[in-house]
Design a protein. Structure first.
Length: 290
């Protein structure tokens, strides 16, 4: 086996029936593929099975990803599997959308620049011009698309045109403070991630951290989820909470909350781009890995 052999990721889900693990592992064995990571889950309540396998195709009869897909399709059809095989070396194209707060964007750009996130960022879209300098410093095209009630339809069409132009695999709302229309949410189904605070109890409207401070909250947190037309109610990818106490000022609460948002969003983007998330109904099945 060679270190330079291509690494692929097989993801599949289907009804819970006998032989689901065997059909995947036997196929890989017969095609001389070496499994480096395997995770599976059987949802007994929904009677649905999920599996994710990373493997190297480095035998004497190594096949291309196209031939592997063609070969597995017959086996998968017997189980009515929804499946795909991905090339782990392919960097997904992730378009960022942001308003004025740049803490999440700055963190993702750092991880992208240093290689900690295996992605491409072909464009940054904003409804404000404030972070244009940040995009320029990274050499990433920046698109300032202002929006209001009268221009929302036109602006969202411009967004869609850019996503098509750059062949975006994923859209990240890195503190993009605009509600997307139901039509745009439908077109981005399963490939748009949002981040927002998760203060306990919840505080909506202006200055949520100031509201939280006034109530003496003891936890701040963040939630990353897929975007749906129901505001902040899409399938949850990951959440994180941090303890705070009476000594926190509103400023310190905001700083702690923004730190949590950064980490939670970065984790969600990594999970999605490593094909570790299965969307099933309004829930997610996630294989974290190492």
């Amino acid at each position: 086996m060679t270190e330079t052999a291509p690494t692929y990721i097989l993801t599949a889900h289907c009804r819970s029936v006998l032989g689901t693990v065997d059909v995947v592992t036997r196929f890989l064995y017969e095609h001389q593929c070496y499994i480096t990571e395997i995770q599976s889950f059987d949802d007994s309540e929904e009677e649905h099975f999920f599996i994710r396998v990373e493997f190297r195709n480095d035998g004497a009869n190594a096949r291309s990803i196209g031939l592997l897909r063609e070969a597995f399709s017959e086996d998968a059809a017997r189980f009515d599997m929804h499946w795909d095989i991905h090339d782990a070396s392919t960097r997904p194209k992730v378009v960022m959308m942001v308003s004025r707060d740049d803490h999440c964007l700055s963190d993702l750009l750092y991880r992208y620049r240093t290689g900690h996130l295996n992605i491409e960022i072909p464009a940054i879209i904003s409804n404000h011009p404030d972070i244009k300098h940040l995009a320029e410093w990274h050499g990433i095209p920046f698109y300032y698309l202002p929006v209001d009630v009268t221009t929302k339809t036109m602006q969202e069409q411009q967004v869609l045109d850019l996503l098509q132009q750059y062949r975006a695999d994923l859209v990240v709302l890195a503190r993009y403070m605009q509600v997307l229309s139901p039509e745009l949410c439908a077109k981005l189904n399963g490939r748009a991630i949002n981040i927002h605070h998760s203060l306990l109890p919840g505080f909506k409207g202006a200055k949520p951290y100031h509201q939280a401070w006034e109530k003496g909250v003891k936890l701040v947190g963040a939630t990353a989820h897929y975007v749906t037309e129901h505001l902040d109610e899409g399938p949850i990818i990951c959440q994180q909470v941090e303890a705070v106490d009476h000594s926190y000022t509103p400023k310190r609460l905001i700083e702690r909350g923004q730190d949590t948002e950064r980490l939670t969003l970065a984790r969600a983007v990594r999970l999605h781009c490593e094909h570790r998330i299965f969307l099933h109904r309004n829930k997610t099945v996630i294989f974290e890995g190492s």
